[in-house]
Design a protein around this ligand. Structure first.
Ligand SMILES: CC(C)(COP(=O)(O)OP(=O)(O)OC[C@H]1O[C@@H](n2cnc3c(N)ncnc32)[C@H](O)[C@@H]1OP(=O)(O)O)[C@@H](O)C(=O)NCCC(=O)NCCS
Length: 216
Protein backbone atom coordinates (compact mmCIF):
# COMPACT_ATOMS: atom_id res chain seq x y z
CA UNK A 1 0.00 0.00 0.00
CA UNK A 2 1.24 3.50 -0.91
CA UNK A 3 2.08 5.87 1.94
CA UNK A 4 -0.63 8.30 0.69
CA UNK A 5 -3.25 5.51 0.89
CA UNK A 6 -2.30 4.70 4.48
CA UNK A 7 -3.78 8.01 5.60
CA UNK A 8 -7.18 6.81 4.32
CA UNK A 9 -7.09 3.27 5.73
CA UNK A 10 -6.66 1.64 9.14
CA UNK A 11 -5.33 -1.90 9.56
CA UNK A 12 -7.36 -4.30 11.71
CA UNK A 13 -5.48 -7.59 11.97
CA UNK A 14 -4.86 -8.60 8.35
CA UNK A 15 -7.60 -6.39 6.98
CA UNK A 16 -7.60 -2.71 6.05
CA UNK A 17 -10.80 -0.72 6.63
CA UNK A 18 -11.57 2.85 5.56
CA UNK A 19 -10.54 5.45 8.13
CA UNK A 20 -14.12 6.73 7.75
CA UNK A 21 -15.16 3.67 9.82
CA UNK A 22 -13.96 5.80 12.76
CA UNK A 23 -17.31 7.55 12.73
CA UNK A 24 -19.69 9.24 15.21
CA UNK A 25 -17.43 12.29 15.31
CA UNK A 26 -14.72 10.33 17.07
CA UNK A 27 -11.25 11.72 16.83
CA UNK A 28 -8.35 9.35 17.37
CA UNK A 29 -6.48 12.09 19.24
CA UNK A 30 -9.12 14.13 21.09
CA UNK A 31 -11.55 13.05 23.83
CA UNK A 32 -13.33 9.80 23.05
CA UNK A 33 -17.08 9.35 22.74
CA UNK A 34 -19.12 8.35 25.81
CA UNK A 35 -22.05 6.97 23.81
CA UNK A 36 -22.82 3.50 25.20
CA UNK A 37 -22.22 0.44 23.02
CA UNK A 38 -25.74 -0.79 23.77
CA UNK A 39 -28.89 0.65 25.34
CA UNK A 40 -28.13 1.18 29.07
CA UNK A 41 -31.83 0.70 29.91
CA UNK A 42 -31.33 -3.02 29.23
CA UNK A 43 -29.32 -3.35 32.46
CA UNK A 44 -32.08 -1.54 34.38
CA UNK A 45 -34.73 -3.84 32.91
CA UNK A 46 -33.07 -6.96 34.34
CA UNK A 47 -34.99 -8.42 37.27
CA UNK A 48 -32.09 -9.06 39.63
CA UNK A 49 -34.42 -10.68 42.19
CA UNK A 50 -34.34 -13.68 39.80
CA UNK A 51 -30.59 -14.14 40.40
CA UNK A 52 -29.75 -17.73 41.34
CA UNK A 53 -26.46 -16.72 42.99
CA UNK A 54 -26.43 -15.69 46.62
CA UNK A 55 -24.82 -12.34 47.43
CA UNK A 56 -23.62 -10.98 50.75
CA UNK A 57 -25.15 -7.52 51.28
CA UNK A 58 -27.27 -5.60 48.80
CA UNK A 59 -24.98 -5.71 45.76
CA UNK A 60 -26.76 -5.45 42.38
CA UNK A 61 -26.14 -4.10 38.84
CA UNK A 62 -27.46 -0.69 39.92
CA UNK A 63 -25.41 -0.83 43.14
CA UNK A 64 -22.13 -2.76 42.61
CA UNK A 65 -20.41 -1.02 45.55
CA UNK A 66 -19.16 2.33 46.77
CA UNK A 67 -18.00 4.51 43.85
CA UNK A 68 -18.67 1.65 41.43
CA UNK A 69 -20.96 1.87 38.39
CA UNK A 70 -21.94 -0.97 36.04
CA UNK A 71 -22.77 0.11 32.49
CA UNK A 72 -22.25 -0.66 28.80
CA UNK A 73 -18.75 -0.08 27.37
CA UNK A 74 -18.16 3.26 25.63
CA UNK A 75 -15.24 4.36 23.44
CA UNK A 76 -13.93 6.64 26.21
CA UNK A 77 -13.23 3.56 28.33
CA UNK A 78 -10.09 3.04 26.28
CA UNK A 79 -8.56 5.92 28.27
CA UNK A 80 -9.89 4.46 31.54
CA UNK A 81 -7.80 1.30 31.33
CA UNK A 82 -10.26 -1.05 29.61
CA UNK A 83 -7.49 -2.84 27.74
CA UNK A 84 -5.34 -3.08 30.90
CA UNK A 85 -8.13 -5.05 32.62
CA UNK A 86 -8.49 -7.37 29.61
CA UNK A 87 -4.73 -7.98 29.74
CA UNK A 88 -5.31 -9.62 33.12
CA UNK A 89 -7.43 -12.22 31.33
CA UNK A 90 -5.33 -13.07 28.29
CA UNK A 91 -2.84 -11.84 25.70
CA UNK A 92 -4.16 -8.65 24.09
CA UNK A 93 -1.30 -7.80 21.75
CA UNK A 94 -0.81 -4.28 20.52
CA UNK A 95 -4.07 -2.30 20.55
CA UNK A 96 -3.48 1.36 19.75
CA UNK A 97 -6.41 3.77 20.07
CA UNK A 98 -7.23 3.71 16.36
CA UNK A 99 -7.45 -0.05 16.24
CA UNK A 100 -9.63 -0.14 19.35
CA UNK A 101 -11.97 2.52 17.94
CA UNK A 102 -12.34 0.77 14.62
CA UNK A 103 -13.24 -2.49 16.37
CA UNK A 104 -15.60 -0.64 18.75
CA UNK A 105 -17.40 0.93 15.78
CA UNK A 106 -17.65 -2.39 14.00
CA UNK A 107 -19.32 -3.85 17.09
CA UNK A 108 -21.62 -0.83 17.44
CA UNK A 109 -22.71 -1.22 13.82
CA UNK A 110 -24.05 -4.73 14.63
CA UNK A 111 -27.15 -3.89 16.69
CA UNK A 112 -28.31 -6.38 19.30
CA UNK A 113 -25.16 -8.49 19.08
CA UNK A 114 -22.34 -7.23 21.34
CA UNK A 115 -23.13 -6.39 24.96
CA UNK A 116 -19.71 -5.50 26.36
CA UNK A 117 -20.30 -4.44 29.97
CA UNK A 118 -17.93 -2.75 32.40
CA UNK A 119 -17.68 -1.71 36.03
CA UNK A 120 -15.99 1.65 36.58
CA UNK A 121 -14.51 2.92 39.82
CA UNK A 122 -15.67 6.52 39.33
CA UNK A 123 -13.41 7.78 42.13
CA UNK A 124 -10.43 6.83 39.93
CA UNK A 125 -12.05 6.96 36.44
CA UNK A 126 -10.82 3.40 36.06
CA UNK A 127 -12.43 0.33 34.49
CA UNK A 128 -12.08 -2.44 37.06
CA UNK A 129 -14.13 -5.28 35.55
CA UNK A 130 -15.64 -6.35 32.26
CA UNK A 131 -17.67 -9.14 30.72
CA UNK A 132 -19.47 -9.62 27.42
CA UNK A 133 -22.63 -11.24 26.12
CA UNK A 134 -22.51 -12.08 22.42
CA UNK A 135 -25.84 -12.92 20.81
CA UNK A 136 -25.87 -15.42 17.96
CA UNK A 137 -28.83 -15.69 15.61
CA UNK A 138 -29.72 -19.20 14.43
CA UNK A 139 -31.94 -20.79 11.80
CA UNK A 140 -32.42 -23.87 13.98
CA UNK A 141 -35.03 -24.21 16.71
CA UNK A 142 -37.43 -21.89 14.91
CA UNK A 143 -34.84 -19.19 14.25
CA UNK A 144 -33.88 -19.06 17.92
CA UNK A 145 -31.03 -17.09 19.49
CA UNK A 146 -28.30 -18.26 21.82
CA UNK A 147 -25.70 -16.32 23.75
CA UNK A 148 -22.11 -16.72 24.90
CA UNK A 149 -20.51 -15.10 27.90
CA UNK A 150 -17.01 -13.99 26.99
CA UNK A 151 -14.03 -12.14 28.42
CA UNK A 152 -15.05 -11.95 32.08
CA UNK A 153 -12.33 -10.43 34.23
CA UNK A 154 -12.02 -8.40 37.43
CA UNK A 155 -8.96 -6.21 38.11
CA UNK A 156 -6.78 -8.04 40.62
CA UNK A 157 -7.04 -5.17 43.15
CA UNK A 158 -10.83 -5.62 43.22
CA UNK A 159 -11.12 -9.42 43.36
CA UNK A 160 -12.96 -11.15 46.18
CA UNK A 161 -15.61 -8.39 46.37
CA UNK A 162 -18.31 -10.46 44.58
CA UNK A 163 -17.82 -8.40 41.42
CA UNK A 164 -17.01 -11.41 39.23
CA UNK A 165 -20.14 -13.13 40.48
CA UNK A 166 -22.17 -9.93 40.00
CA UNK A 167 -20.91 -9.45 36.44
CA UNK A 168 -21.55 -13.09 35.54
CA UNK A 169 -25.04 -13.13 37.07
CA UNK A 170 -25.92 -9.85 35.34
CA UNK A 171 -24.76 -11.16 31.95
CA UNK A 172 -26.74 -14.36 32.48
CA UNK A 173 -29.92 -12.45 33.34
CA UNK A 174 -29.24 -10.12 30.41
CA UNK A 175 -29.07 -13.18 28.15
CA UNK A 176 -32.40 -14.38 29.55
CA UNK A 177 -33.90 -10.90 29.10
CA UNK A 178 -32.74 -10.90 25.46
CA UNK A 179 -34.74 -14.10 24.95
CA UNK A 180 -32.03 -16.66 24.21
CA UNK A 181 -32.75 -20.36 24.63
CA UNK A 182 -29.28 -21.13 26.00
CA UNK A 183 -26.08 -19.48 27.13
CA UNK A 184 -22.63 -21.06 27.12
CA UNK A 185 -19.03 -20.16 27.88
CA UNK A 186 -15.51 -21.53 27.63
CA UNK A 187 -13.21 -21.50 30.63
CA UNK A 188 -9.94 -22.84 31.96
CA UNK A 189 -10.16 -25.92 34.20
CA UNK A 190 -9.20 -23.82 37.24
CA UNK A 191 -12.32 -21.67 36.77
CA UNK A 192 -14.84 -24.51 36.40
CA UNK A 193 -15.66 -24.40 40.13
CA UNK A 194 -16.41 -20.66 39.90
CA UNK A 195 -19.07 -21.30 37.25
CA UNK A 196 -20.38 -24.51 38.79
CA UNK A 197 -21.06 -22.53 41.99
CA UNK A 198 -23.20 -20.30 39.81
CA UNK A 199 -25.25 -23.24 38.51
CA UNK A 200 -23.47 -23.69 35.18
CA UNK A 201 -22.99 -27.33 34.19
CA UNK A 202 -20.03 -28.84 32.36
CA UNK A 203 -21.54 -30.01 29.06
CA UNK A 204 -20.79 -33.63 28.17
CA UNK A 205 -20.38 -32.56 24.52
CA UNK A 206 -16.71 -31.89 23.81
CA UNK A 207 -15.59 -28.45 22.83
CA UNK A 208 -13.29 -28.65 19.78
CA UNK A 209 -11.15 -26.05 18.11
CA UNK A 210 -8.55 -25.55 15.40
CA UNK A 211 -6.02 -22.78 15.94
CA UNK A 212 -4.91 -20.95 12.78
CA UNK A 213 -2.50 -18.68 14.64
CA UNK A 214 -0.88 -18.25 18.02
CA UNK A 215 -1.42 -14.55 18.72
CA UNK A 216 0.62 -12.67 21.31
C1 LIG B 1 -12.52 -15.47 38.07
C2 LIG B 1 -12.74 -14.03 38.51
C3 LIG B 1 -13.59 -13.33 37.43
C4 LIG B 1 -13.51 -14.02 39.84
O1 LIG B 1 -13.80 -12.67 40.16
P1 LIG B 1 -13.91 -12.17 41.69
O2 LIG B 1 -14.56 -10.85 41.67
O3 LIG B 1 -12.60 -12.26 42.38
O4 LIG B 1 -14.86 -13.29 42.30
P2 LIG B 1 -16.02 -13.06 43.37
O5 LIG B 1 -15.52 -12.19 44.49
O6 LIG B 1 -17.24 -12.59 42.67
O7 LIG B 1 -16.20 -14.55 43.87
C5 LIG B 1 -17.47 -15.17 43.88
C6 LIG B 1 -17.31 -16.55 44.46
O8 LIG B 1 -16.52 -17.35 43.59
C7 LIG B 1 -15.40 -17.89 44.30
N1 LIG B 1 -14.29 -17.89 43.33
C8 LIG B 1 -13.61 -16.85 42.84
N2 LIG B 1 -12.71 -17.27 41.93
C9 LIG B 1 -12.83 -18.61 41.85
C10 LIG B 1 -12.19 -19.63 41.08
N3 LIG B 1 -11.24 -19.35 40.20
N4 LIG B 1 -12.59 -20.91 41.29
C11 LIG B 1 -13.56 -21.22 42.18
N5 LIG B 1 -14.22 -20.29 42.92
C12 LIG B 1 -13.85 -19.01 42.76
C13 LIG B 1 -15.19 -16.96 45.47
O9 LIG B 1 -14.56 -17.60 46.54
C14 LIG B 1 -16.61 -16.57 45.81
O10 LIG B 1 -17.23 -17.61 46.56
P3 LIG B 1 -18.48 -17.29 47.56
O11 LIG B 1 -19.60 -16.77 46.72
O12 LIG B 1 -18.77 -18.61 48.14
O13 LIG B 1 -17.96 -16.28 48.54
C15 LIG B 1 -11.40 -13.27 38.75
O14 LIG B 1 -10.61 -14.04 39.64
C16 LIG B 1 -10.61 -13.00 37.50
O15 LIG B 1 -10.82 -11.99 36.84
N6 LIG B 1 -9.67 -13.90 37.14
C17 LIG B 1 -8.78 -13.71 35.98
C18 LIG B 1 -9.55 -13.79 34.69
C19 LIG B 1 -10.33 -15.08 34.56
O16 LIG B 1 -9.81 -16.17 34.81
N7 LIG B 1 -11.59 -14.93 34.14
C20 LIG B 1 -12.47 -16.05 33.92
C21 LIG B 1 -12.39 -16.42 32.47
S1 LIG B 1 -13.20 -17.93 32.12
Amino acid sequence: MEASDKSKWVQIGNRWIPRTALKDGMSTNGPLDETPLYRPGLLKEIDFSEAQAKFKGSISPSNPGENLVMRPLCAADYDKGFMEVLKQLTKCGDTPREKFLARYNQMKSCPNTYFVTVIEDISKSKIIATGTVVLEQKFIRGCAERSRIEDLVVDDEYRGLQLGKLMFQTLLLLSQHLGVYKCSLECLPENIAFYENLDFKVDPQSFMQYRFKELS
